[in-house]
Design a protein around this ligand. Sequence first.
Ligand SMILES: Nc1ncnc2c1ncn2[C@@H]1O[C@H](COP(=O)(O)OP(=O)(O)OP(=O)(O)O)[C@@H](O)[C@H]1O
Ligand SMILES: [Mg+2]
Length: 270
Amino acid sequence: MISSVKHIIAVASGKGGVGKSTIAINLAIALSKLGQEVGLLDADIYGPSQQRMLGVSDDIQPEQKDGKYISPILAHGIKAMSIGFLSGQGVPMIWRGPMAGSALTQMLEQTFWGDLDYLLVDMPPGTGDIQLTLSQKTSLSGAVIVTTPQDIALLDAKKGIEMFRKVNVPILGIIENMAVHVCAECGYREHVFGSDGGKKLSLDYKVRTLASLPLDIRIREESDSGSPVVISLPDSEVSQCFEAAANEILEALKTKTERVDFPEIKISED
Ligand SMILES: Nc1ncnc2c1ncn2[C@@H]1O[C@H](COP(=O)(O)OP(=O)(O)OP(=O)(O)O)[C@@H](O)[C@H]1O
Ligand SMILES: [Mg+2]
C-alpha cells in the first residue's frame, strides 16, 4: 500500500542549532491537537534528535510490516520516523552523501504512514544535498523557516528562503526563535540574540511571521526530557504561540484538500 499525504512541509533553516527540531515537533503536535493526522520525519540523518525529544526509549524499535514497510513510532499523538529509531541513540552515521540520501528516501517511502493530513520534515541545517533533493523530488506544499534574530542566523535563513524559492516551494512563514529572554527571577526582558531580525526578514521577503518564541529554559528542559512543551505545558504562552502558528499553516493550506500519493523520488550521485 502506498501511503498518502495531503501536505508535506519542510521545517528548515540555513543554520544549525536554531531550534528546527524543537519547533518541528511542537508544531506537529499542535497540528494533531487541532484534529489533523500528522507524521514527523527526521531528515537529519547524521544528527537525528527526535528519539530523545519525543521521549522514545532505545528499546522501542519500529516494527516491520508486510516485509516491505516499517511502522512509524507513535508518540504524543503523531507518527514519527527517524534514523535514530533504527540505529539507536549515540550511534554515529558515517555515510557518504548518496547513502544518507537513500536512507532518507527509504524512510520517506517505506514508512507505513497511512493517510496523513500533514507530514512535517525536520530538516538538517544547511542548503546541501538533502535539502535540495527533498525540495526538488517531493511535492512540498511549503516550507517553514526557523531563525534566531541574530545577523548570522538571518543570513543563513535568507539562503534557505532563496533555495526553496529556486525550486518553487512556497514559504509558509518564518518562526523567530529565541527572540527574547525573560528572566524567571525578575521578569527582565533581554534580547540575547538581537531584536526584530525575524520581522525584518519577513518584510524583506514578504512572508509572514508565524510565531516569535522566547528563549525559555522550560522549552529546553521539557525537550531534553522527551516531553515537548505543547504537551507538558499546554496552557503556557509558548504553547499558545505554537497553536497559533499551526492555525496559520492550516489556514494557508486549506484550499488543497485531496491527498496525493507519494511521488517517486530518486537520488543519484550527480
Ligand atoms: N526557544 C527556546 N528556548 C530555550 N531553548 C531552546 C529554544 N529552542 C530550542 N532550544 C534548545 O536549543 C537546542 C537546539 O535546538 P534544536 O535541536 O531544536 O535545534 P536545531 O535547529 O534542530 O539543531 P540542528 O541544526 O543541530 O538540527 C536544544 O537543546 C533545544 O532544547
Ligand atoms: Mg535538528
